[in-house]
Write a new protein. Structure first.
Length: 202
């Protein structure tokens, strides 16, 4: 795998061969995620702040006294999830990529629950059907780097402002999820090739 870089400000992934498609962008450009309109930027900024807090927590670097009151509940929800499941992170916000498919993304957490390996996507918004496809793409890229080790459980954790959390009502176990994601990737690439993306692209 050639060197992978990620520019947080522009959300652009790249390797030695050039820019890569972001997994989340593929789902949006393929029309598999809702259009949140004017709320999209506010939700994105909240998500970034929540992710940063959870990352600081898992690195034992969070200052509880400095957390904005409107974000505290999300962190308490993550703490509650970890306490109740016993989840122990081993990889935190580490970008991964597939040079073959020209895609990249940043799985939020890889870790263990007992002797099982879990892949978790942390969400601060409402569940969508495309969440399973996103995590399937992460699983595909991660397992290519794990020397034959497999992810036992892939899931999302939906953190709520009131300090509670939820997990998917339908477990992310459908083996077709990665096929559907790759079909979405092909659709987006076809749209780009025919000038139908209105400026989108890696």
């Amino acid at each position: 795998m050639s060197s992978l870089t990620f520019d947080l400000a522009t959300h652009i992934y790249a390797d030695d061969k050039g820019p890569l498609w972001a997994v989340s962008d593929i789902l949006t450009l393929a029309g598999l995620r809702p259009d949140y309109g004017d709320r999209a930027e506010a939700a994105r900024q909240r998500g970034k702040a929540v992710h940063k807090l959870c990352e600081q927590h898992d690195l034992d670097a969070v200052d509880m006294l400095s957390i904005p009151p409107d974000l505290l509940g999300y962190l308490l929800a993550w703490q509650k999830f970890r306490n109740e499941t016993g989840f122990l992170p081993t990889r935190i916000e580490e970008p991964v990529a597939s040079s073959f498919y020209r895609i990249a993304g940043t799985p939020d957490r890889v870790g263990t629950v007992g002797d099982k390996t879990w892949l978790i996507d942390i969400k601060s918004g409402q569940p969508t059907a495309a969440d399973a496809l996103q995590v399937a793409a992460y699983q595909y890229m991660l397992e290519a780097t794990m020397g034959g080790q497999k992810i036992d459980t892939r899931t999302a954790v939906y953190l709520r402002k009131d300090g509670t959390y939820a997990t998917p009502t339908k477990p992310f176990t459908d083996q077709n999820d990665i096929k559907i994601f790759l079909a979405a990737l092909s659709t987006v690439q076809w749209r780009q090739a025919h000038g139908l993306l209105n400026g989108g692209g890696p």
